[in-house]
Ligand binder design. Sequence first.
Ligand code: ADP
Ligand code: MG
Ligand code: MG
Length: 917
Amino acid sequence: MAQKKYVYFYGVSKELTEGDSSMKAILGGKGANLAEMANANLPVPPGITISTEACAYYSKTGGKYAPEMEKQLKVQLKKLEVNMGKKLGDPKNPLLVSVRSGAAVSMPGMMDTVLNLGLTDKSVLGFVEQCGNERTGWDCYRRFIDMFGDVVMGPYTGLTHHDFEVELEAIKKKYRAKEDTDLTAEQLKELVGIYKKVYQNKVKKPFPQDPIEQLDLSIRAVFGSWGSERAEKYRQINKINGLLGTAVNICTMVFGNMGAKSGTGVAFTRDGGTGHSKPMGEYLIDAQGEDVVAGIRTPRHLDDMPDEESKVWKKVHTDLLKIMARLEKHYKYPQDVEFTVQEGKLFMLQTRNAKRTGLAGVRWAVEMATGKDFYTGESQPKILTQKEALMSLSGEDLEQLLFPIFDIIAEKKGKVITAGLPAGPGAAVGKIVFEAADAEAAVAKNADEKVVLVRHETSPEDVGGMWAAQGVLTSTGGMTSHAAVVARGWGKCCICGAGSLKIDYKEKTVTIAGKVYKQGDWISLNGSTGNVYAGQIPTQVSPVVSAVVDGKASAKKDPIYKMYEQVSKWSDANRTINVRTNADTPKDSKAARSFGAEGIGLCRTEHMFFEGDRIWAIREFILAEDQKARKAALAKLLKHQQKDFEGIFKAMDGLPVTVRLLDPPLHEFVPNSKKDQQEMAKRLGVPLKKVTERVQELHEFNPMLGHRGCRLSITFPELCVMQTQAIIGAACKVAKAKKPVKVLPEIMIPLIGTKAELDFLEKIVRTQAEAVIAKTGVKVNYLVGTMIEIPRAALTADEIAETAEFFSFGTNDLTQMTFGYSRDDIGTFLPDYLNEKILPSDPFQHLDQTGVGQLVKMGVKLGRETRPDLKCGICGEHGGDPESVKFCVKAGLNYVSCSPYRVPIARLAAAQAAIKG
Ligand code: ADP
Ligand code: MG
Ligand code: MG
């Protein structure tokens, strides 16, 4: 049987190199990319990579090497020695190596690198002779003892870098050396002696003088660090699952600390903050390894390199830029590289995909695919195809372009006081208020006033205050809580379920981590991360929103807007599914349309019931004793509703509009506080007792499973009558206006569980619609369909499709009812479920494709068996979640519908799904 391969060689030549960048899972990111660079004949110091599988073996066996690994390592080490013409520990001509960790994804928390391994009291002399520089030799040795002591032995002896650092400072003081580089060879040699004592004191053993033992201890330390608490924690927080372990890279040393023609640095092919295509980087002359990032000396800027005193740097600069350009083209992604220059010769030590902001991601994508700088118009190499550019982006990247964001540097400096769910994106800064009314009042008094509404949760009564506020922060509720859904609809910043908030409405204070914040104190929210900051963090407005929503001409010239437009165009050219929006006002509809919405997938009529006087009409309806009184109350609502629909139809001229009949339980429309109930009694001219009794009657133990949805209209058919009259009345009116509007209304009956429920209401809807059409004499085409949001509806979709002309999957309720999780209460146990990996993610954010998704697929399939041209869409919050959108494409839906500000993100996700196929 063939032996399992655990140890790979790279460098010297393409022929000797055994891996490539496709092998990240086995060689780790660092090892795979070192091999890839060696394959491309780039100057990489040769080395060996021990695979992540060897680490897995080591972890599983509680610290044993795989027997094949030990054998293979010996063979590969020999190969390295032969090719380098040096031997580990050789007193005349020693080979020195670094030992580096590297998992498949870059992961802080893993073991730090050890440089200069192989130095001993004997080999240091050979090394000095070989490099002809006594200072370099002793400098390397003292660094090695420090790193080995700290990184390899530290975890179980308590030895730290600091223990060595104090001795370094002491000797610098003793010899009045300002910088480390001012120490002479003799002084460094003295320091090595001191370091060895420091080591022996803590480790209780002398510093190992056998390079094989040094290497063995280092490999074990790397493997061991995989299971360390901080590495585990990091993987948990960042949801990194399914990796085998870390690889170990043993790399031949190259020396940046050999004087004025040597140095080390890091560079990026493009700017990861702004996205600018100019390479940038930093380096230090006469330095090794992490000196650049350690902040020991101030590094120099890459642009200054050609002007260095030593002439070698000019060529190094040219070579480096050439290599970086090659790497970027090769990986089709901007790179972050590490390099070292040894006596004028450049070596590449690492390359990886660079980290970036959303703005940089978009700029990289469009510039790399168009070959044009969006700011200056200058040309640059075309590296990506349109499709590749789209695939390189994420929904979050686009999202960052659409919302006000914090100044990156200022946010870094800010203090996170607590965190919650990132429920509504963007940044918000304002003074704390606790009541919606206070928020409204503050802004009414001074339009420039900035407030943040802080509450346990919000309810439909609070929408005015939520609109007035810059952002909303709640202590309970999840991603589909009232606050979250409403805020996302407006593109407003919102953080939900920040459980550590202790709000005292009476005192008007909120206590966070023991500190009390009063009404009027400043607070800043990052709704894209969920972080909450004390004080004011500066923000910037999105030019995309200014251009798209406000139609500002100057914003349309902004390169950020142009990039957004480019991405959107490409998305539309590639996608196969329509994108609609969830909107219930003409204003939101207009905004959504300018973001590219191709119709309304969900117009929630109840949102129209809260504005102004309307709430009084609906309350009158609720209190009414008989159908006559109910009809009278509804008559007052009719003209308002019809006006709203007229506005929406005009905004969506030529596009379909799905209107859902009243859905929420009626108790949501009556006040809870005594004071408000008194006001209600007075205003409607009834005794208080009647109000309180009715409120009590409306109380339900499980309102989400109670008297709501189609059940309301079955009890009160006059509701369905009024709403149909309003919808079709509006449609006829705008259709026959002087400037006729093309209307395509789709009337949607919610919460159907049986075909009979649908049939009952469909009849009423059709009768009323036909009557209006006959009366106005305008021929308006309309559809009657239903939401599939109760599992029984999905299971009997073939029957339901006999009546329904379209399906819209209401995945919020469908998730709630399939799992049996109340979406308003999931916050109490979801964190435990995520921690224990009982759920992979919040199913209200990311559609559960295995369970809920199956019901969607089944619903589509059964429905189309009955009615082949059945129009199917999704209108839950999932319609704006990229992964869920991709699922919808596969499930054969005709459209997804999401809140207006998520439309561009859904367009991108739909294109990505189509490209991936
Ligand atoms: P990290 O993953 O933390 O970046 P690395 O293993 O890349 O750790 O290395 C830390 C530093 O040491 C980097 O600056 C790297 O360039 C340098 N380094 C690593 N191996 C060598 C080597 N063989 N020769 C010279 N410098 C090296
Ligand atoms: Mg490091
Ligand atoms: Mg590195």
